[in-house]
Design a protein around this ligand. Sequence first.
Ligand SMILES: [Zn+2]
Ligand SMILES: [Zn+2]
Ligand SMILES: [Zn+2]
Ligand SMILES: [Zn+2]
Ligand SMILES: [Zn+2]
Length: 262
Amino acid sequence: MKALRLIALTLLLLCVALLAASCGDEPSGDGSADATATGSGAACAHAAEADYTVDVPATCTSVGSKSYHCVLCGESIPGTEVEIPVSHVRSTSYTVDVAATCTASGSQSYHCVLCGEIIPGTSVAIPAGHVQPAEYTVDKAATCTVAGSKSYHCTICGKSIPGTSVTVPAGHVQPTDYTVDKAANCTYTGTKSYHCALCGVKLPGTEVTIPTTNHNPSAEYVIAFAPTQTTPGQKYKVCTTCGCVIEETIVDIPPDPNSPIN
Ligand SMILES: [Zn+2]
Ligand SMILES: [Zn+2]
Ligand SMILES: [Zn+2]
Ligand SMILES: [Zn+2]
Ligand SMILES: [Zn+2]
C-alpha cells in the first residue's frame, strides 16, 4: 500500500511538472530527476481511480459502458472501457404468463418493471392441478350390506380427483323413532327398538323396555255384597284389561226406613 501511494504521489508530481512545463518555457528536456518519464511529452500519465465510472448507462435494450477514470485529469483512461450488459429491472413478484388448468401446467416469470418484458431465465412452471373442495361427493352410495365410496370432486371441472376416493362403510341407517316390538299393558312391560330406516331390520343394542301401563278401571261398580240392615255391603271396580280388582268400597248400612224421623 505504501508503495502504491508513493507511485501515485510521484505520478501526481510528474503531471504537475509536465503541465507547468507545457504552459511555461519550451520543453527543456531536462528530466534528470525523472526516472519514470515516458517521453510522451505533455500527455497525462493517468492514474486510475479505485472504481469504474459509468460512461453510458445500460438500458433494457442497449448496452452501456464504464471505464476507469484518471484521478489526475478525470478523463477516461483509454483501454479500460468495458461493456455494461443490457439490464432489466426485475419485479418483486411473479407474473402469471400462462394460467395452469386442471390438466395443463402454466408458467410464471419475473417481468421488467421498466419495459414489462419477461426477464430471460426467470420463467418457472405452474403445475397443473384440480382444485380440492371442502366436502366429499358420494360416488357410490353405501347400502345396509354393501360398502360405497366417496371422493373429492374438482371445483372447476367437477371430475373426481385421483387418489381422494375413500370407502363409505356399509351399515344400517338409524331411524328417528322407535318401533314397538311388544306393547306394554297393566301387567307386562313391553319393548321397543330402532329398526333400520332402509331395510327395517332390528338394530342390535337399541332395545329398551316399555314400562307397564295403568289399569283400565271399569265404568260401573260390581256389587260384591249388598248392604243389609245389619251388615255393610261391598262393591268394586275391575281392570277391563287384566280383570284384577283395583278399587274396593265399603257400603254403609242403610238407614232403617221404619225408624222414626227426627
Ligand atoms: Zn490523467
Ligand atoms: Zn426492461
Ligand atoms: Zn379439475
Ligand atoms: Zn338396513
Ligand atoms: Zn289391569
